[in-house]
Design a protein around this ligand. Sequence first.
Ligand code: MN
Length: 283
Amino acid sequence: MKLGVDRDHGLVSIIDGRVVPVGDVVGVPEGHTDPLLWLLAQDDRALRLAQAARETGGRDLIPASLAAPIARPPKVIAAPVNYLDHKLEMKEQSTIAQYGVFLKAPTSVIGPSGTIELPYSDMRIDQEGELGVVIGTRGRNIRQADALSHVFGYTCVLDISVRSTEDRSTRKSYDTFTPIGPWITTADEVPDPGKLDLTCSVSGELRQRASTADLIYDVALLIEYASSVMTLEVGDIIATGTPAGVGALTDGDVVRVEIESLGGFEVPVSAKNAIPYARRPGL
Ligand code: MN
């Protein structure tokens, strides 16, 4: 099942290019701003109702009308340096074994209808296409062997990154720096998250093409590692890291990320609020 959030129709199931509103049948509270996060916190019955509603009705899918499937995840955990080819291009000596994982601000999340806003006019800011894991069952000290049972589903993530000297959590936490979507594909439709082709292009130029088979820490190991540090909560998102091919974004670009079995989406890039790097506060 593919579950998303449409700006006009709220919680939707996506079937064959159509969106089927399911908010009413599953009982999403009126005016709830994060209906899919609400659904994840319910028992299995709500999910079964969403599944049962899938064949009834539907409207044409308008990609630009989709919001982030989860607007405010409790946490966005991200993996640095998790493909060997990206490690080489960044001339990195270390991986997660030395760096651990880092956190991105939940307020950096946008959806397919959003726009990446470049904060600086004169500092390199890159795209990073990544597989995103959505946690469905809370846990701490989760073993690799049990890890995938904690996954609700998968989504595409762009981990937008300023290439300056601050810690990763700062460089990657600007508002709009975590586009996710276009929806969440439930884990039952992704039997092996370690065998997915990923592509990322910028304004029609293919920059990244990889398989999640090349992840240094695969999904299960990332869950074991991250949950050895912090409790994983329902709705947390883990960005699994990016392959080689990161590159600078400029005003007017369009970034597209696509993952096998999950679909894809694109978002524009704007520099209209960009300031010179030297004008940031505190200098
Ligand atoms: Mn990344």
